[in-house]
Design a protein around this ligand. Structure first.
Ligand SMILES: CC(C)(COP(=O)(O)OP(=O)(O)OC[C@H]1O[C@@H](n2cnc3c(N)ncnc32)[C@H](O)[C@@H]1OP(=O)(O)O)[C@@H](O)C(=O)NCCC(=O)NCCS
Length: 177
């Protein structure tokens, strides 16, 4: 798994293009420009810079056999101060469902968030009908915190969501903090 860099733009464009129908119900509406190389070059550059600034990290996960891009994972909205948390998001290639790729990639992002970034809390949500995503989160030790009505605008409507989180038992207080 690698943090986004400009070199990944062609593979990321290809991933989103071949998974368009698979991802659109669960992700924000995309403008036509989203499906262009120029858009993803800019996104990858912005992600690399945001990672350097500690704002968010986006990862591309590649299969060990042959190296195809099989999953994307993001640690969004990294917040420090008294909360020390981020929002995790992920998807896996439609052609490789059920092989554990999302669990492995999101698990590596959890490790990065907790160990490398020393975050205390990771949180996210999933639609009540998205049982696969619920399974991924359960396998990774996330627990349910609540149910939010009309929480996210996806697929052209406001959708309910199950809110989940996981905290880091090994979080280390910064000296003086
Ligand atoms: C959700 C998603 C990331 C799962 O990816 P994946 O690589 O198939 O996930 P994994 O193989 O790691 O785990 C999938 C789990 O769902 C289970 N599963 C598969 N099909 C299922 C179904 N129809 N109903 C319920 N569970 C199902 C699998 O058995 C597995 O659980 P298990 O290991 O306990 O048996 C992928 O389907 C996806 O990208 N969906 C669209 C985007 C999305 O929903 N993102 C998350 C938004 S919160």
């Amino acid at each position: 798994m690698e943090p986004y860099g400009p070199q990944h733009a062609p593979e990321i464009l290809d991933y989103y293009s071949r998974n368009r129908a698979h991802l659109e119900p669960w992700e924000p509406a995309r403008a036509p420009s989203f499906y262009t190389l120029e858009f993803h070059r800019r996104e990858c550059e912005a992600a690399e810079a945001a990672n350097r600034r500690g704002e968010f990290v986006r990862f591309a996960a590649f299969a060990k056999d042959g190296g195809a891009l099989v999953a994307l994972v993001n640690l969004w909205e990294i917040r420090r101060g008294i909360i020390q948390c981020a929002v995790i998001g992920y998807s896996a290639d439609a052609a490789h469902q059920g092989r554990g790729y999302a669990t492995e990639a999101a698990g590596a992002a959890v490790d990065h968030g907790f160990r490398a970034l020393n975050l205390h809390r990771l949180q996210t949500s999933y639609h009540p009908t998205n049982e696969r995503s619920g399974r991924v989160l359960r396998k990774l030790g996330f627990t349910v915190e609540g149910y939010a009505r009309d929480y996210l605008y996806m697929g052209g409507a406001w959708r309910d969501a199950i809110l989940v989180s996981r905290t880091n038992p090994d979080w280390v207080p910064l000296s003086g903090g």
